[in-house]
Design a protein around this ligand. Structure first.
Ligand code: PLP
Length: 388
């Protein structure tokens, strides 16, 4: 039935999931899978977390949606909770990662428009990056396979080699209004930005009065062991894009700015019908409360070390692994065999993992995963590696 009426935009596994609990997800035949995809870094508290269920039930019985023509209580609470945990001052809410990127791009374009420099409207983006599927986000996504059939893309973009300071310097000038960087490239293969590169980006943004945008849609919201990814790099961006884990499974995104960037947009410049609705924001507050006040984030480093040590031991035993990459609970295993086949072999053994880039297998467990669950997942992974 699905094949008849659902648009063919995804390469899907032949499985239908109907319920989940914690790290486990169950298909319609009752098979149990260990979920180390977490809806691609979304289900940060696992499935059916009571805090999320409570937020949805209690808020939906009061007010699900009103309109951005009016204030609502949870909108303010979530904005405050985000701001209290970063160096920034204003939040714009939307519903997805791509929208949070679109917002950031519009902020930077408007910021440039308000300056005296003629044509200050150029975006710099990185090769191997991924920022989403909408036309603006796609135009700054440095992967030909995503862009090729959708030209013309938006004008005024320059691609720079990731972590290449010289290339960055060469492409930066007074026409640049913003530069967008993932502190860790997720879809591109778990590539970590070097501190040198980020420092140079910060310096050039200050020199040419452009906005430094960090896309933390995948690597933010606790995944690296701090609520915001930029804290792990000690470089403060002007604009931060978040989504995915912010709602723990409920669709919500946000763009966060410092004072300088926040003044660019004025009423009428930008908006979103659903953005910041009472239900989404109530869920966001519940998620942040668990992550920050509930101590989930504090335990990530320890779990990360635990996974890595075990993976390094597996790497020593089997030649198929090239490298263990990533930070916190955003972990990549670069392998010498076909990643698609590898992920399918894990799936057949009831472990969900996902590919990134050309040769990397991504592990994205829920942030509250236990060491027992890590062991269970890595036992399966080791069997697949031994058979690869
Ligand atoms: N930015 C990054 C870094 C992402 O990883 C993604 C999605 O994977 C996006 C943006 C787009 O997010 P969404 O699919 O919610 O639009």
């Amino acid at each position: 039935m699905e094949e008849n009426c659902v648009m063919n935009t995804y390469g899907r596994y032949d499985v239908t999931f109907e319920k989940g609990l914690g790290c486990k997800i169950y298909d319609t035949d009752g098979h149990e899978y260990m979920d180390f995809v977490s809806g691609v870094a979304v289900n940060c508290l696992g499935h059916s977390h009571p805090a999320i269920i409570n937020a949805i039930t209690s808020q939906s019985s009061k007010l699900i949606h009103s309109s951005n023509y009016y204030w609502n209580t949870t909108h303010k609470l979530l904005a405050k909770k985000l701001i209290d945990n970063c160096d920034h001052s204003k939040v714009f809410f939307c519903n997805s990662g791509a929208e949070s990127v679109e917002t950031a791009l519009k902020i930077a374009r408007k910021y440039g428009t308000l300056k005296d420099t003629e044509g200050k409207n150029v975006f710099i983006y990185m090769d191997s990056s991924f920022h989403g599927r909408t036309m603006g986000a796609l135009s700054v996504t440095g992967q030909e396979k995503y862009q090729k059939d959708f030209r013309p893309l938006i004008e005024g973009t320059r691609e720079v080699k990731f972590n290449n300071v010289e290339d960055l310097k060469k492409n930066f000038d007074e026409k640049v209004c913003g530069i967008i960087i993932e502190p860790i490239q997720g879809e591109g293969g778990i590539n970590i930005a070097s501190v040198d590169f980020l420092e140079e980006a910060r310096k050039l943004c200050d020199k040419y009065d452009a906005l430094l945008i960090f896309d933390e849609v995948q690597c933010g919201m606790g995944r690296l062991g701090s609520l915001f990814a930029y804290k792990k790099f000690s470089i403060i961006p002007d604009v931060i894009c978040i989504a995915k884990a912010l709602g723990g499974g409920f669709p919500i995104g946000a763009t966060i700015t410092n004072v300088k960037a926040s003044t660019a947009l004025v009423p009428g410049d930008h908006g979103s019908t659903f953005g910041g609705n009472p239900l989404g924001c109530a869920v966001g507050v519940a998620v942040l409360t668990e992550l920050v006040d509930g101590g989930v984030i504090d335990k990530i480093e320890d779990k990360s070390i635990y996974i890595r040590e075990r993976l390094l031991k597996i790497k020593e035993k089997y030649d198929v692994i090239d490298e263990i990459k990533g930070l916190g609970l955003l972990i990549g295993i670069s392998i010498k065999t076909d990643t698609k086949k590898f992920c399918k072999a894990c799936f057949d053994k009831k472990l969900l993992v996902i590919a990134a880039g050309n040769n990397v297998v991504r592990l994205l467990p829920p942030l509250n995963v236990t060491k027992l669950e890590i062991d269970e997942a890595l036992d399966i992974l080791e069997v697949v590696i031994s058979e690869s």
